[in-house]
Design a protein around this ligand. Structure first.
Ligand SMILES: C[S@@+](CC[C@H](N)C(=O)[O-])C[C@H]1O[C@@H](n2cnc3c(N)ncnc32)[C@H](O)[C@@H]1O
Length: 126
């Protein structure tokens, strides 16, 4: 179903996946990233505006869905970050071992950074 995958799903993820609780959690966790970042499954790129350009030197944005990449490219233009899209599935990452400092989703990054769920629990209710 390429039409659903490329045209509808990306808009659903952008509009429903960045509601208040998610956005608040992204805003607390993503700015902690530093160095070169590999973001797997970038989707519509809603994390981009949360990276701190003073800490992050480059984001490798892995995303196989062309519809997602189109939306993520709009987000890329809202930041000063250097962002390179890798339109590949996560099983074929053309980066060397140890060449990036961070990857994973915000929630998993919180776990690996030792942040407790009390810290990431959003205060908004929707
Ligand atoms: C639920 S969306 C989440 C998007 C984004 N991380 C966010 O927080 O809004 C999951 C994304 O992972 C992507 N994806 C699925 N399989 C993938 C794979 N094998 N490698 C990389 N990305 C993949 C999908 O295309 C989709 O954009």
């Amino acid at each position: 179903m390429p039409f659903y995958r490329d045209r509808i799903y990306p808009h659903l993820v952008r509009n429903l996946g960045d509601s208040c609780p998610s956005r608040e959690i992204r805003g607390r966790i993503v700015p902690l990233a530093e160095g070169k970042v590999l973001e797997i499954g970038v989707g519509p790129g809603v994390n981009f505006v949360h990276y701190d350009p003073a800490r992050v030197t480059k984001v490798h944005a892995l995303e196989p869905n062309p519809g997602m990449i189109r939306l993520a490219d709009q987000q890329r233009r809202r930041t000063k970050l250097e962002i390179e899209f890798l339109d590949l599935p996560g099983v074929r990452i053309p980066l060397g071992n140890g060449s990036v400092g961070a990857s994973e989703s915000p929630a998993r990054s919180a776990g690996s950074a030792g942040i407790t769920f009390d810290f990431v629990r959003p205060s908004c209710h929707s």
